[in-house]
Design a protein around this ligand. Sequence first.
Ligand SMILES: [Zn+2]
Ligand SMILES: [Zn+2]
Length: 70
Amino acid sequence: MVRLIPVERGGKIVWAEDAPDTCPDGHKRLVPTTAGCPECGEPIRQWPCREPGCTAPVQYDDEHVHHSRK
Ligand SMILES: [Zn+2]
Ligand SMILES: [Zn+2]
């Protein structure tokens, strides 16, 4: 699961996803989505980068454990 972290918004503390701010190449155009894991196909939280031409690997939930394909 993606961790939730307390974030202040408009004077209130709310719980937000501990999502990355930038892709591995430093772009700030990440779009949160839920899609199949590239390794095992299980639906997981991912943050693909929408910067044109970006070739960095898609970041995904770092607590995800791949299902074995038995
Ligand atoms: Zn990028
Ligand atoms: Zn997986």
